[in-house]
Design a protein around this ligand. Structure first.
Ligand code: SF4
Ligand code: SF4
Length: 472
């Protein structure tokens, strides 16, 4: 009894003097209407950004970001918005999802007014985060999504329509799309593990509340989480609705990467492993590489010469509609069948080579620690999340840089900034390898060998980005 009274007093004191973080969490819970308004403003802004450029003529070569709505939208969307959404995951967890994302808001709105059906098994399939990420990444390259507004409307608009339909069909007042099907859900789940803040349930305070016989009003978690087990930031959208529930849930600070070192030992999955090695560090690298790769150009030229020599002209002369392969003759930007097929092959082979190399190095590191254990292998792969995230950020920001270059903005800072980010992420990944190995062995030599193999995987990833930014 005295423990419960003591806990009550502690809670009251905590409620009277919340830290800034907890106060922000409480503000979010109390201001759900403000958050809803923010969401609708973003929905309108997003709709304008993806629809208006798609119905306007393409800009000519004299157009600038500041005098052409299409270029302005392109810069804002791909150059600023997306790269900084990735950064927000690492800084604040998935607050983008809970407060700003138009797709999540629309899906939840549709679910509020929809059929409320049970979630089918195919929706819960664990392979969606990888398949949806790879599908949109590769398709984006096929149709040149960063360059052409119609392609942007098709991919982002299509995804939004999918989110609304799934919201309408399944679940009541929740985000089934976000939890299972969103193409970036897998990536955001991984990156948010690095965040220094998260909503966390304190198991002791939860138990104390139950022991007091409290029956608080239930909270509708939009991502269908079990609130009493809330320890990971991965699936939490930081919407603030559960803050203060049973006096046990609060927005809490933690050391960056702490979740990866501790929680991932129980939660890392095969899906995470594949998404990190073959997805973020494989297919995504290929998608950013191909257009700058001299190997791609050489291969294409050799194949074209060979085809012409054998009088097989149709792969060079066949073009597809713009929604299959890029086809904008007025911009002198048309993929023939050879270009398109080579693009797919290049991205696929890069994904396979990178994924296989990283898998082998991680398996060797895991073997150094002990006999084969799948969960440990998946856990080790989480050490690569900082580098995987920085790689995708740098790849996306290459669009920003090329648009700034076209505007003749001085870019002397770009190279050093890229090098600094890659180095910082590599050091962080190395530290995570060392910390994770400490979970599984007390032998310093085993930890050292495993970490050296981890360093090998870091080198493979860093080398791939070095090739793109400095090597070619
Ligand atoms: S999971 Fe995807 S659709 Fe859902 S809120 Fe996050 S980014 Fe938006
Ligand atoms: S656990 Fe659910 S209700 Fe709580 S903040 Fe996260 S998404 Fe919102």
């Amino acid at each position: 009894m005295s423990t419960i009274i003591a806990t009550d007093r502690t809670d009251q004191e905590a409620n009277q003097r919340p830290g800034r973080l907890a106060a922000f969490g409480q503000w979010m819970r109390r201001n759900q209407r403000v958050i809803r308004r923010i969401q609708w403003v973003v929905v309108v802004f997003y709709a304008v950004l993806i629809i208006v450029p798609a119905v306007r003529p393409l800009p000519d070569h004299t157009a600038h970001i500041w005098d052409n709505v299409t270029l302005f939208a392109q810069f804002l969307f791909w150059g600023i918005w997306w790269p900084f959404v990735l950064i927000s995951m690492v800084l604040m967890g998935r607050i983008w999802c809970g407060v700003f994302c138009p797709e999540g808001s629309l899906s939840e709105w549709a679910s509020r007014h929809g059929r409320g059906g049970a979630i089918p098994r195919w929706v819960r399939w664990g392979g969606w985060p990888f398949v949806a990420f790879v599908g949109t990444t590769v398709y984006g390259q096929m149709v040149s999504v960063y360059q052409y507004p119609k392609a942007t409307l098709l991919i982002l608009g299509g995804s939004t329509v999918g989110a609304i339909i799934i919201g309408y069909l399944y679940g009541r007042n929740v985000r089934v799309w976000c939890r299972y099907l969103c193409p970036v859900n897998g990536v955001f789940r991984l990156l948010s593990k690095l965040a220094p803040v998260h909503y966390r349930a304190d198991p002791q305070l939860w138990q104390a509340s139950r022991a007091r016989g409290e029956r608080p009003e239930s909270v509708n978690c939009p991502t269908l989480l079990s609130l009493k087990d809330l320890q990971t930031a991965s699936d939490c959208h930081v919407c603030g609705r559960c803050e203060g529930h049973r006096d046990a849930i609060a927005l809490t600070a933690r050391a960056p990467g702490e979740e990866i070192v501790h929680e991932s030992s129980r939660r890392a999955t095969l899906g995470d492993f594949i998404l990190i090695t073959f997805g973020l560090c494989g297919i995504a690298v290929g998608a950013f590489h191909w257009s700058a790769s001299p190997w791609f150009v050489q291969l294409k030229q050799s194949l074209a010469v060979w085809l012409i020599g054998h009088d097989w002209m149709w792969p060079l002369q066949t073009h597809m509609p713009w929604w299959i392969f890029t086809n904008y003759p007025e911009q002198n930007d048309v993929f023939n069948l050879l270009d398109g097929s080579l693009l797919l092959a290049y991205i696929g082979v890069t994904g396979l080579v990178m994924g296989t190399a990283l898998s082998l190095l991680l398996m060797a590191a895991q073997r150094t620690l002990s006999g084969f254990n799948a969960r440990r292998l998946y856990h080790l792969s989480h050490a690569l999340i900082p580098l995987a995230g920085v790689g995708v950020f740098l790849g996306l920001s290459a669009v920003t840089i090329s648009m700034l270059r076209a505007e003749q903005v001085p870019l002397f800072w770009v190279g050093p900034t890229r090098a600094f980010l890659l180095a910082a992420a590599s050091v962080w990944a190395l530290k995570l390898f060392w910390q994770i190995t400490g979970h599984y062995t007390t032998s310093a030599s085993r930890r050292l060998f495993a970490t050296i193999l981890g360093a090998g995987s870091i080198t493979v990833i860093a080398a791939a980005w070095w090739l793109l930014f400095w090597g070619w």
